[in-house]
Ligand binder design. Structure first.
Ligand SMILES: Cc1cc2nc3c(=O)[nH]c(=O)nc-3n(C[C@H](O)[C@H](O)[C@H](O)COP(=O)(O)O)c2cc1C
Length: 337
């Protein structure tokens, strides 16, 4: 069995760009095609696997098989609040060759939060303490956590940090919003700063970085942070990690993007069953990709109208030929995300 490119979350001291988990988007197909076309991503945290129900888990684990993750180093993410289920899944991930797992304490969706999972667990520090007391000494792999500032209010994480400080964590990834905010409103950099100061673990910043100008602004404010997780910004501009790292960019960005989306389409055509699923998947990407064009609305309307894959392929080619890309430094704000 081949080994997955198993990543660790601990900082190296160098600037690191981490691809965020985006369920429905940054799966093994996307990660592999992105790594084949563009530089800049050091590692990815995979979208969550639920630590419950063996059948569902098996399906989700298929995306973490080493053979479908040949290029981009990956850390699997687990969603759940049951220590035994988490440990069971961690064993299986270790069996696949992984050396680190990420615990999802950030998912804001009411269906998840209501069950006391994801950010829905943040108001219960006692339950988190009991979970970590059970899990962390028995884990066969390293642990990191991805979280929000709280579920209902942004003070919950501050109350939790002393508990997190008692355990060995590779890193704490903070998306500075509350769960009930979903993706509305701004990120709270003051609270991020306050949590980072009292946290003994390396802290990774995540949230609303859509351009290299966004990155400069936040990184100037937090020069001590070396690890940056980016999600939707990469869907909008797949060159964002390379821009953040000031790496050389393709001479013809539109051509490079066109070839990336063509490969992505063909890779999903091999993975998904039937053209309807494929069309839906590609339209999902274009919801974000259209924001990378000057006239985002027109681009999105054109793609949305595609009725079949022949029409979609023709449209995508025409868009890259006719529609100017947004200048990378301009225009996008967190509202656009
Ligand atoms: C469609 C979608 C799916 C997501 N799936 C996950 C997930 O599986 N696990 C997770 O921890 N966060 C998930 N997130 C949250 C992102 O990882 C990230 O924290 C959030 O989008 C903020 O970062 P960004 O502004 O760079 O996108 C998801 C977000 C979106 C929009």
């Amino acid at each position: 069995m081949s080994e997955p490119v198993a990543a660790r979350m601990s900082p190296t001291g160098a600037l690191q760009v981490i691809l965020a988990p985006l369920r429905g988007f940054t799966d093994a197909v996307y990660r592999t095609v992105h790594a084949r076309h563009f530089a800049g991503v050091d590692l990815a945290v995979a979208p969550f696997v639920v630590a419950a129900g063996r059948r569902a888990t098996l399906k989700a684990l298929a995306d973490l098989r080493p053979e479908v993750n040949p290029l981009m180093p990956v850390i699997p993410q687990v969603l759940g609040n049951d220590g035994d289920g988490f440990l069971d899944l961690a064993e299986r991930l270790a069996g696949l060759g992984y050396r680190s797992v990420n615990w999802n304490l950030g998912c804001p969706f009411p269906m998840v939060a209501r069950k006391g999972r994801g950010s829905g667990l943040l108001p219960y520090p006692g339950r988190i303490a009991a979970f970590l007391d059970q899990v962390s000494p028995r884990l066969p792999v390293a642990l990191s956590i991805k979280t929000r500032l709280g579920y209902e209010n942004s003070e919950e994480l501050s109350a939790l940090v002393p508990i997190l400080n008692r355990h060995h964590l590779e890193a704490l990834v903070i998306h500075p919003r509350t769960g009930i905010q979903l993706y509305d409103g701004g990120v709270d950099l003051e609270r991020f700063a306050a949590c980072r100061e009292v946290c003994h673990h390396p802290v990774v910043y995540n949230g609303d970085i859509a351009t290299s100008a966004d990155f400069r602004r936040v990184s100037e404010r937090f020069p001590m942070v070396t690890q940056w997780m980016v999600g939707r910004g990469v869907l909008i501009d797949p060159l964002l990690p390379a821009r953040i790292k000031q790496m050389p960019l393709p001479d013809d960005p539109a051509g490079a993007l066109r070839s990336f989306y063509e490969d992505l389409t063909e890779a999903y055509a091999r993975r998904l069953s039937g053209p309807g699923h494929l069309l839906d998947r590609m339209k999902g990407f274009w919801r974000y990709a259209s924001l990378g064009f000057e006239d985002a609305e027109t681009v999105w309307l054109r793609v949305r109208r595609a009725k079949d894959m022949t029409g979609y392929r023709r449209l995508a080619a025409a868009i890259f030929a006719d529609c100017p890309l947004r200048r990378p430094e301009t225009g996008l704000t967190s509202q656009a995300l």
